[in-house]
Design a protein around this ligand. Sequence first.
Ligand code: TYM
Length: 332
Amino acid sequence: MEQTKKRIFSGIQPSGDLSLGNYIGAIKNWVNLQDDYECLYCIVDMHAITVRQTPADLRRRTLEVLMQYLAAGVDPEKSCVFIQSHASTHAELSWVLSCNTQMGELSRMTQFKEKSKKHEDNINAGLFTYPILMAADILAYQADLVPVGHDQLQHVELARDIANRFNHFYGDTLTVPEAYIPKVGKRIMSLQTPEMKMSKSDPNPNGFVRLLDDPDTIMRKFKRAVTDSDNVIKASPEKPGVTNLLSIYSAVTNKTMEESEREFDGKGYGDFKLAVGEAVVSALKPLQTEFDRLSKDKAYVEAVYKKGAEMANYLSNRTLRKVYKKIGFIAK
Ligand code: TYM
């Protein structure tokens, strides 16, 4: 992977079963970007342990997330797919960056505020410094673009600030990355509480669709989706449920919001919800079939992440060596 194209880095935490939000906000774009960019897609297991995980579940989910990347169309011949803890450079760079990040910057992070409210009994230091590790993930690869959903924008902006600060003190070393947010579906909301983000750790299973939910479950969740009482299918801030369903439909069918609104003009909510459910079922079907196939091919999956780790270590060590030199560490 010698750099001729611009580089992309992104990742997902194996902290729950992947949701339709992860697919529309991130993975779907990753697949589309593979031909035009040099891409690294990571399963960020080190981030996941900022919340207590059962070891056996973490192990299983890490591989399941990897298989879902592949099943969705991430091609390991084109992109580097790897597991974060397989490249120790992330943690090493994270330490250096933490000495270039202010406590005040970290205290402003929305995800920290939300997660520390949700896990009051375990507000660990890792939860607080999490965005520095994320900055290290991105900066270690000199990534130009970071395709993420809207909720990660603040973290990518912090990574930019850290890179700029480092470059200011030590001279040009780190590429300043930019977030790449999808036009449609940057913020998929819960089907039950459409004012809240769809989340893979939602305790209400009807609020989110898993990528591996079977068709009947998906249809049931969409039939139950919360809308409103005025029976008009139009996107608007006063209609969060309907707007969310329109975004989901548009994203999975590759239509604009306006095209989808026109398509459902004059239709009732019942038919609308069925159509959205069916569109999701058919968009996820190939992914699910491929996931089942990959689940039976452990050797292939292992070969993918081993090859990915080699490439990731090679690339990120180059950055780490440069960083160490710039800050005045003696070469080994
Ligand atoms: P995570 O694991 O929470 O989510 C993974 C990706 O899915 C997107 N996403 C959504 N997009 C739209 N609507 C939603 N409801 C929705 N829910 C999740 C997220 O924006 C994200 O793109 N900190 C990151 C993981 C990470 C990372 C990185 C990402 C660690 N290091 C380096 C990019 C680059 C996270 O917690 O994502």
